[in-house]
Design a protein around this ligand. Structure first.
Ligand SMILES: *[C@@H]1O[C@H](CO)[C@@H](O)[C@H](O)[C@H]1NC(C)=O
Ligand SMILES: *[C@@H]1O[C@H](CO)[C@@H](O)[C@H](O)[C@H]1NC(C)=O
Ligand SMILES: [Cu+2]
Length: 630
């Protein structure tokens, strides 16, 4: 019986995994005001199609780079023409390839995709990856111009968890902050999902701003002039279904610079996810989201009237303020919010690292390696960049890069910082300058062991008695064996620090950098080398010319690719990429190949028949035993 049961579970595993074939035609276009932007599959705003998959699925994404077509080539800087895609927060690498090879950082783990060339990003989503992610270009300043979008990973565990939290909120209400004692299973509640993707906005295109930022007297903080929500520069409305009781908002800051703030009038939000990690439910009045960060919040819809969503996008002084709406079908918007963002209840842009803790796990053991990184803006011309740059321990990030690929052993003017393989590593990221910066780590989610308050100063592990060291020690003691907030992007206040901890068990080359796009261009980041890679065994995917591949494949007889193992759920490949890609149906710009779906259906049918056979066998078997007994 156990054998049969295992078989059924195994077969179900086969059905669930699906292959998603996507194609991005990336071009440059001009909007009504003549501003240049990057369009994916003909879209008219700076938000690409949403990719929505399940844990365990296979993603095959074909990128065709036509950014510098025709008349734009001259107007744009050459390095703006090549491209790449980074899957922000996704920790990959269970498909026999190094996860690093799918990380999408040109010069580090992949070749840039030149103009008129194509590239495949093929990877499977590990079973334990589930939550809210996004993809964006890691080349030049392309993502602010539109080469970005949501990457949502669904799983049953998450859905069930949300349902359990909602069920608990039904019992205890939303007044206390921490929500404890979740039921083991949820009630039947109507929960609707919505996405809020926010960004800062500028009247010039990013490439034009970059020219100014990189000028000899360039300001690293260009003036934020507006904000966008789900690609829209205006006010957005979320229409609630008649029977909806709860809304789960997936909130993403895809911006270039500002922290964003959300408050839902007359309501509290229950935080349940930080950057792909489910958290113990925690109620807040106002949520702060740094560039690169994601949250999921659960909202009990407590009114049938229009509900204001108050949205602040920070600029140098104050906030760009917008009012969005939660409406019932047929309702009209009311009066916009006219108050100050800073006066919102519970307003605080500091990381709530003590409150947003994961549902399970514990503090990683004492680190084997500790690194302090001091970052600052060096206000003097730095060669060969001919502009002032940011430095981390004296180096700008650009100095780690070479003409070749770090992962193939090529080196720039600085060697990557070595992480001790398989060890617990702790990094203190120290802000010497006075600004708040959001830091993003590639290849890992990390535990946020400690975050300083403004003016706590830097944390140096050999300095036993600094304000930072005292807070750090207190935090470590506080955690005991509880797991600290876990995520991949963290906002660090000025003249302060954050300490992150992770296990260096993901071989590759990884960036740790500020996610302010202008600061990254000015070198604010470092490159780590993790593990010893046997370069000779790596097979690095190459950009290719689409037309050429087609001809070569037609010349070949028989399949050019062995079909993937069935357990990963991939459809047998014919090797004819071109013919596979025809017959796309377009839903929200995200393209799924129809034959994939069809094959999945056939597989579902086969599995169904198998299960029915097993059930029949069981009935027959027990029937036999029964009749023997009588
Ligand atoms: C991308 O462009 C090619 C060539 O023009 C076209 O065949 C294909 O359908 C396009 N794909 C999408 C998703 O728009
Ligand atoms: C990626 O997947 C496509 C379509 O399944 C296939 O044609 C292509 O050869 C794969 N490329 C790589 C580099 O794995
Ligand atoms: Cu920064």
């Amino acid at each position: 019986m156990i054998l049969l049961w295992t078989l059924v579970v195994w077969l179900q595993g086969l059905v669930v995994a699906e292959t998603h074939l996507y194609e991005f035609n990336i071009t440059t276009a001009a909007d009504k005001e003549g501003k240049t932007f990057i369009s994916i599959n003909g879209r008219t705003d700076t938000l690409g199609p949403t990719l929505r998959v399940k844990s365990g699925d296979q993603v095959n994404l074909l990128v065709n780079n036509e950014i510098c077509e025709q008349n734009y080539a001259d107007a744009l800087m050459q390095d703006y023409c090549s491209t790449s895609i980074h899957f922000h927060g996704l920790i990959l690498g269970n498909d026999g390839l190094l996860g690093a090879l799918h990380d999408g950082v040109p010069g580090v783990t992949q070749h840039s995709i030149p103009s008129h060339m194509s590239y495949w990003y093929n990877f499977s989503i590990p079973k334990n990856v589930c939550g809210t992610y996004w993809y964006h270009s890691h080349s030049s300043v392309q993502y602010g111009d539109g080469l970005r979008g949501l990457f949502l990973v669904e799983c049953e565990e998450r859905d069930k968890y949300i349902n359990r939290v909602a069920t608990r909120l039904e019992e205890v209400g939303t007044t206390s902050d921490a929500i404890a004692e979740l039921p083991t299973s949820g009630q039947d509640l109507k929960i609707q999902e919505e996405v809020i993707a926010v960004s800062d906005w500028y009247s010039k295109s990013s490439i034009d701003i970059l020219r100014e930022v990189m000028a000899p007297n360039g300001d690293p903080d260009p003036r934020v002039e507006g904000s966008t929500t789900n690609g829209d520069t205006g006010s957005v409305a979320f229409v609630v279904d008649e029977e909806t009781q709860y809304i789960v908002f997936r909130v993403v800051n895809m911006g270039m610079s500002g922290t964003n703030v959300l408050h839902i009038d007359g309501h509290r939000m229950c935080v349940i996810e930080t950057d792909g990690i489910l958290t113990k439910p925690y109620m807040v009045d106002t949520l702060a989201i740094a560039p690169g960060q994601r949250f999921s919040v659960l909202l009990k819809v407590e009114s049938r009237d229009p509900i204001k969503i108050i949205h602040g996008c920070s600029k140098m002084m104050g906030y760009i303020t917008k009012t969005h709406w939660i409406l019932r079908s047929g309702q009209l918007r009311g009066n916009a919010f006219t108050g100050r963002i800073r006066d919102l209840p519970g307003f605080d842009v500091a990381e709530r690292y003590l409150d947003y803790v994961p549902i399970s796990g514990s503090l990683l053991p004492e680190p084997a390696q500790q690194i302090s990184l001091d970052y600052d803006f060096a206000d003097e011309i730095r060669e060969p960049f001919e502009t002032p740059m940011y430095v981390v321990n004296g180096n700008t990030m650009n100095e780690y890069f070479s003409e070749g690929l770090l992962i193939l052993g090529d080196r720039g003017r600085r060697d990557p910082i070595l992480l001790e393989a398989e060890q617990v590593v702790e990094i203190a990221i120290n802000s010497i300058d006075h600004m708040r910066h959001p830091w993003h780590m590639h290849g890992h989610t990390f535990q946020v062991v400690s975050v300083g308050q403004k003016r706590d100063g830097p944390l140096h592990f050999n300095d036993a008695d600094s304000p930072a060291m005292r807070r750090y020690k207190q935090d470590v003691a506080n955690w005991g064996d509880r797991a600290p907030m876990t995520r991949d992007t963290i906002n660090i206040p000025g003249h302060s620090y954050a300490v992150i901890r992770f296990v260096a068990n993901n071989p590759g080359y990884w960036l740790l950098h500020c996610h302010v796009e202008w600061h990254m261009a000015k070198g604010l980041g470092v490159v780590f080398q993790e593990g010893d890679l046997e370069v000779s065994t790596l097979s690095i995917p190459e950009p290719f010319e689409k037309g050429k591949v087609k001809q070569e494949q037609e010349a070949n007889t028989g399949p050019t690719q062995t079909s993937e193992p069935v357990s990963s759920g991939t459809v047998a490949n014919t090797g004819h990429a071109e013919s596979e890609l025809s017959g796309y149906s377009s839903a929200d710009g995200a393209i799924e190949e129809e034959s994939t779906t069809a094959t999945s259906k056939i597989r579902v049918l086969i599995v169904y028949i198998c299960i029915m056979c097993i059930v029949n066998l069981c009935i027959w078997h027990y029937g036999l035993r029964e009749s023997q007994r009588t």
